[in-house]
Design a protein around this ligand. Sequence first.
Ligand code: ZN
Length: 144
Amino acid sequence: MLGRLARWLRTLGFDTAYDDAITDEELVRRAFEERRYIVTRDRQLPEQWRMSNCLVLESDAPVDQLREVVVHFGLEPSDRLFTRCRICNAELVPATSEEVEAQVPASVREHQTDFVRCPNCRRVYWEGSHTERMLSVLARVFES
Ligand SMILES: [Zn+2]
């Protein structure tokens, strides 16, 4: 249920694991093993598992959830913005126009020379109008 929040956190460059099919037991074990905080909507989880490194969100809306996370952990606007794959969390690597030819429309490649690619899922990213929309959402999150 928190997939969109996970994407926002990855956009900011934070190492964010997300698995909507994970059991509570696996979730708790993985958080322990990988030294992660759990962010959840499940109010019972912290008590049931005696977890202290757990944030229970109030909101259903992804951007409001992001605001809750930012406030709770005192996050600053990151200089690691757009360095992780929004889909799978891997760190992105630079790619040339030739390398992404098969995946990026020619109309984009005409105007754009800077690309990054996910070494894991092969997705390609570049700066565009979607980047500006995301930045304006993030500006609102951090100014409040
Ligand atoms: Zn990826």
